[in-house]
Write a protein that binds this ligand. Structure first.
Ligand SMILES: Nc1ncnc2c1ncn2[C@@H]1O[C@H](COP(=O)(O)OP(=O)(O)OP(=O)(O)O)[C@@H](O)[C@H]1O
Ligand SMILES: [Mg+2]
Length: 768
């Protein structure tokens, strides 16, 4: 029985359910902090982040013998027998008083044990320093006490565990109790803060935008590229020149102006890129629409909008909203979002000394829950959007609908932005023959689409829990309301929105979810900055970046009445992957912040290649990238091909993301953007013919029994368990359609070739 079932039961029994969070997305966290921490506020309620024993994170550093210790002690007091030495050392370790003394000096049982093993080995394997030699001789002869060994032991323990000497410094660095004080410029302003609260489709963003459009300068910070792009287009269309900034793109308002006479977003996007203008050469506009992670805290604005403010509680990305609300230098800050975040924002405003004005809104159109489930795809009608939480369902549902003679628009997270927009336009266009959409919750937040009815294909979704583990769970109240809220948008073709489920057995759960208010947001996310990691590395130069992050999370103190530490699993995953590649710390940190889907092996493998190339100080040219992704790529014939093309697109996005952090090393931005435009078009074509791709994939499976076996395995595994972490990785990747057997073979060949020069380089280094 999966955990979600318990929650379904709980939903029937209780008003409130535990919040569950959207999946983690990686984002840039550089340049977040200005000024220092104020560590004097000890009266705040603080909490150590105790996830198990932090001592387990510290690995003893081998202590080198002092070359001057050459039997001097032995000349004074004679040789010490190994057996006698061992006896004394063991007696020392077993004394409760020693345990107490050690604890007073920061060595708990775990550290004491490790330090003792290291000390004993050191004493047995090397000449003893003269003072220790004499002390031990005295103890053997009854002229001393085993307790006298403690200072020598402690001296050794501090060399093996350097953090013992700087624990207080480390704790000060990771004292996160007063994040409001990190932004002195914002604290020096008298900011007006307005919270536009209400259900979906109540005009929150619209009203905030009214101020944005009429202001002399403004910044819009949103959760999705698609949403930032919508604002970019709306603002420019309104006549307020506005730039677009996402992690991978800087688009200047003038690029919009050249195509402003078209209503078609798809054309606008494509043409923007075809123009080939370099936005960086143009003066920035006074207005900017960006993804929240990209919010500039150094610019000043008259009006700032922080949309979907309830995302401040997101376990992975919440830190970006916290940073924006605390650090933005704007005369007016307009927050839009769920009423469940009001209390937390009020509390945060108390810490900044600012007053929060709350404006509440009512839904502009009616949203009705239908009395019956869809039951069968034969009942799909124009204006319907079927929401699925995994790609396999997307494929099978869209194919089944097309088989019934209806055209389908498809949107899911890993599609390129141009393809998403093209699909959205196809669906929104009243003159288009495409009247049905199949989408994931990628359409969930703030997006305006011409949807009449939302149909939940399922109510269960993979989520990342507090420990960073993935599990299947029923969607949260907030997610349900956000997704359902896409139906019947004000000003669209549909004056009333409808919502239902595909399966009759899910309908009651949907009704329960919809009858609740979104869970209150209790805490705002925080994330360590590059500067803090650098300070940690200075104190613990032998620790890997992943360990530094772990140690930070364990030692940090947060005011848990307001804040929590965001999940750092994705960061650590990348840190461990590139640990063996020599890099300066700052560059390593930036690479680890790359927004990569670490479930995609092709993207991870190419990322590692990029890091190696950077480490060798060799620029990553378009040619290099072309080789790495096997450019040019043919149109997809099967779904597996399409999935691979999406991975390649992710690699190109990664290149562009890195190009803004390391412009000298990733010089071919324009050329790579051209590659993206080309690939976006190829993927768009693939999506337009998704049914044909699905048919071909099935044909391939029929023709190649080994593939069919893999496919069968996939279905069996999917039925058996949602935990697919077991079994051979390569089988799993093929089974999930993430990689074709041909790609796997090529990858294996490449890795063998890559390993050879690396091995010979290592040998060379060893010889040196
Ligand atoms: N007063 C208004 N006049 C004209 N159009 C409006 C008005 N208020 C809202 N709209 C339009 O209604 C639609 C929904 O509004 P908006 O996106 O602001 O809702 P929201 O409350 O922000 O929804 P969500 O919670 O989903 O983000 C948008 O297309 C918006 O332009
Ligand atoms: Mg909105």
């Amino acid at each position: 029985m999966y955990k979600g079932f318990t929650r379904i039961l709980a939903l029937y029994c209780a008003d409130k359910v535990q919040p569950c969070v959207p999946p983690i997305l990686r984002s840039n966290v550089l340049g977040t902090r200005k000024g220092g921490h104020n560590i004097g506020y000890i009266f705040l309620r603080g909490k150590k982040y105790d996830r198990g024993n932090p001592s387990a994170l510290f690995v003893p550093i081998p202590v080198k013998p002092n070359p001057d210790d050459i039997n001097v002690g032995e000349e004074f007091t004679g040789r010490i027998k190994k057996q006698d030495l061992l006896k004394i050392l063991n007696k020392f370790y077993q004394k409760p008083e020693i345990r107490e003394l050690a604890a007073e000096n920061g060595l708990d049982d775990q550290l004491l044990h490790q330090a003792f093993l290291s000390f004993r080995r050191h004493c047995l394997e090397h000449d003893l320093p003269p003072d220790l030699h004499i002390t031990i001789s005295d103890i053997i002869q009854g002229a001393g006490h085993v307790d006298d060994l403690f200072p020598y032991f402690l001296r050794h323990a501090r060399l093996a565990f350097p953090h013992l000497d700087c624990l207080d410094d480390l704790k000060k660095i990771s004292d996160l109790r007063t994040p409001a004080n990190w932004y002195p410029e914002a604290r020096g302003m008298n900011r007006k803060i307005v919270f536009h609260a209400g259900p979906t489709n109540s005009g929150k963003t619209y009203h905030a935008m009214e101020r944005f459009l009429s202001a002399k300068s403004g910044v819009y910070c949103g959760p999705l590229k698609l949403l930032a792009t919508e604002i970019y287009h709306k603002s420019n269309k309104h006549g307020t020149p506005c730039d677009l900034i996402t992690g991978e793109e800087r688009r200047h308002a003038s690029l919009y102006a050249t195509v402003a006479n078209t209503e078609d977003l798809e054309v606008a996007t494509t043409q923007d890129r075809l123009l080939g203008l370099d936005a960086s050469e143009l003066t920035p506009s006074t207005h900017v629409a960006c993804t929240v992670e990209m919010t500039s805290l150094s610019n000043t604005y008259e009006v700032a909008i922080i949309d979907e403010i309830q995302m401040i509680g997101d376990r992975g990305r919440g830190w970006a909203w916290t940073r924006a609300i605390l650090g933005l230098q704007a005369e007016e800050i307009h927050l839009c979002g769920e009423p469940g975040a009001i209390h937390l924002i009020e509390e945060i405003c108390n810490t900044t000394g600012e007053i929060l004005e709350v404006r509440t809104y009512k839904r502009l159109t009616e949203l009705k829950i239908e009395d019956s489930a869809l039951g069968t795809l034969d009942n799909v009608k124009p204006g319907d959007c079927i929401v699925c939480f995994n790609k396999n369902d997307i494929y099978s549902v869209s194919r089944a609908i097309e088989q019934r003679g209806q055209e389908v628009a498809v949107i899911y997270g890993s599609l390129p932005p141009g393809t998403k927009l093209a699909q959205a336009n196809k669906f929104n266009d009243p003159n288009s023959s495409c009247k049905v959409m199949v989408a994931t919750d990628a359409i969930g937040l703030g997006i305006n689409l011409s949807i009449r009815r939302i149909i939940f294909y399922s109510l269960i979704k993979p989520v990342v829990n507090e420990d960073g583990d993935k599990e299947m769970d029923i969607i949260s109240i907030s997610q349900t309301l956000q997704i359902a809220g896409r139906a019947g948008r004000y000003g669209s073709a549909w004056e009333t929105g409808y919502v239902t489920t595909f399966r009759p057995e899910d309908l009651a759960t949907l009704k329960t979810l919809m009858s609740n208010l979104p869970e209150p947001v209790a805490q705002a996310g925080l994330h360590p900055t590059a500067e803090q990691m650098e300070l940690y590395a200075y104190h613990l130069p032998h620790a890997s970046l992943s360990s530094l992050m772990d140690i930070f999370v364990h030692l940090c103190t947060v005011d848990d009445s307001l804040y929590f530490m965001c999940n750092t699993e994705a960061f650590k995953f990348l840190a461990e992957m590139i640990q063996h590649v020599p890099l300066p710390l700052r560059a390593r940190y930036v690479f680890c912040c790359a927004p990569i889907n670490n479930k995609l092996p092709f993207v991870c493998a190419t990322f590692l290649k990029m890091v190696r190339q950077y480490s060798r100080n060799e620029p990553l040219t378009k040619n290099w990238l072309g080789n790495a992704v096997d450019w040019p790529l043919p149109a997809p014939k099967t779904i597996m091909d399409l999935v691979h093309l999406e991975s390649v697109f992710d690699v190109l996005e990664l290149y562009l993301w890195l190009s803004y952090r390391f412009p000298d090393m990733f010089p071919d931005v324009k050329l790579v953007r051209d590659m993206e435009t080309e690939l976006d078009a190829i993927i768009q074509q693939g999506i337009f013919q998704i049914t044909r791709l699905l048919r071909n994939s099935e044909q391939v499976l029929r023709d190649d029994p080994s593939m069919a076996a893999v496919s069968n395995k996939r279905h069996t595994r999917a039925l058996k368990s949602s935990d697919d972490s077991k079994g051979k990785l390569s089988d799993l990747l093929v089974a999930r359609g993430l990689i074709t057997p041909q790609m796997l073979k090529k990858l294996q060949q490449e890795l063998t070739i890559e390993k050879k020069p690396e091995r010979s380089r290592n040998n060379r280094n060893r010889r040196k």
